[in-house]
Design a binder for this molecule. Structure first.
Ligand code: PLP
Length: 363
């Protein structure tokens, strides 16, 4: 009955997220979720909202949450937009700033939702090849026809580029919007938020799904010039007036207000990440210098897909992409120390069984 479908439904090539296994003992290192629970004050805030208030629609403009985010980043309320996960914010950005007939640029190895939105909204894109070492070829993003979008740090490569390069790209694209997807910025260097006053064509997008343990609540946001926020709001209000429900709203506010807990869990992940890099290197992996909550690693001899299948049979999920240039890599989310210990133990065993563990690496 495909003939009943719209051309939009027909051309759509939906995003395929990392799988969710319904096994309680799964060691889930495949979708970059945070291994720590959200702050207790977040849970309390949600409880407080689960009564009579649910009868009523949530705030149309998410004023309190936008103001909380604005305070946190030292910007004005009208420089903040919130959406139902940053995926939605990014989708709205494609609709608000990119144009069918004007080619945008994205890296060839990047977050695979961008081509999905480009297809859906009929926006042509050019996949700019990353350098051999997966760093971003900065100047190849200058003077785009229709705009630019990429994550910093990039996913799945985990590499961060310095703000001065972001600034160059934004500067060399005056008149088009440059979207910087900072999903992992809390595990990296400085955010580009500080540049939004200088450049009205810069849109910075962030999420509460990774560093703030709220993937299940679906809250993302954008920061930029008030006129960009107005365009996003026009798109949002033509689509769904209330994308952020009451529970998500209070949860997000409470998260930003518990800075101590945020710092504690963030630091724990950074420490585990550096240990993991060392352990994986000892097991024969080449690990990219991650500035995210995941590691992008390739084994010198073992096949990445085979390793991911063997780990899955153990109840350990990691992400393998069957895509050109990265088919030898695994993307491994940084879990708790206990989860990582299980991963190292099983990896060591499998590598030994497939004869991919050299004796001198068995430290
Ligand atoms: C996880 C992720 C997102 C999506 O985040 P949500 O807020 O959960 O929708 C966006 N961009 C990148 C690069 C991500 O890794």
């Amino acid at each position: 009955m495909v003939k009943l479908w719209s051309s939009m439904a027909k051309r759509a090539m939906p995003y395929i997220p990392g799988e969710q296994l319904n096994r309680a003992d799964t060691v889930k290192l495949n979708t970059n979720e945070n291994p720590y629970p959200p702050s207790p004050s977040v849970v309390e805030a949600i409880r407080g909202e689960t009564g009579d208030a649910l009868r009523l629609y949530p705030s149309l403009t998410a004023d309190r949450l936008r103001s909380t985010i604005a305070d946190y980043y030292g910007v004005k309320d009208d420089e903040v937009f919130v959406g139902n996960g940053s995926d939605e914010v990014i989708a709205f950005s494609f609709m608000a700033f990119f144009e069918p007939g004007r080619t945008i640029r994205i890296p060839d190895i990047t977050y695979s939702f961008y081509p999905v939105y480009a297809k859906l909204f009929n926006i042509p894109y050019e996949a700019v090849p990353l350098n051999e070492d997966f760093t971003l070829p900065i100047e190849s993003f200058y003077q785009s026809e229709g705009g630019v979008i990429f994550p910093n740090p990039n996913a799945p490569t985990s590499l961060y580029i310095d703000l001065k390069y972001i600034e160059h790209i934004v500067e060399e694209n005056r008149g088009r919007v440059v979207v910087i997807d900072e999903a992992y910025i809390d595990f990296a260097g400085a955010s580009a938020v500080g540049l939004i006053r200088k450049y009205n064509n810069l849109l910075v997008v962030q999420t509460m799904s990774k560093s703030r343990s709220l993937a299940g609540m679906r809250v993302g946001f954008a920061i930029g010039h008030p006129s960009l926020m107005e365009a996003l709001t026009r798109v949002k209000d033509s689509f769904n007036s209330y994308p952020i429900d009451r529970l998500a709203m209070v949860a997000a506010e409470a998260s930003f207000k518990d800075q101590v807990y945020f710092e504690k869990t963030r630091r724990a992940i950074l420490v585990t990440r550096e240990q993991a890099k060392k352990r994986l290197t000892e097991l024969g992996f080449d690990v990219l210098p991650s500035q995210t909550n995941f590691l992008f690693a390739t084994h010198l001899t073992a096949d990445a897909e085979e390793l991911s299948v063997r780990l899955k049979n153990d109840g350990i999920l990691v992400r393998h992409f069957n895509s050109p240039r990265i088919e030898r890599y695994l993307r491994i989310t940084v879990g708790t120390n206990d989860q990582m210990a299980i991963l190292y133990e099983r990896l060591q065993l499998h590598l030994k069984n497939i004869g991919a563990l050299s004796v001198q690496k068995l430290l």
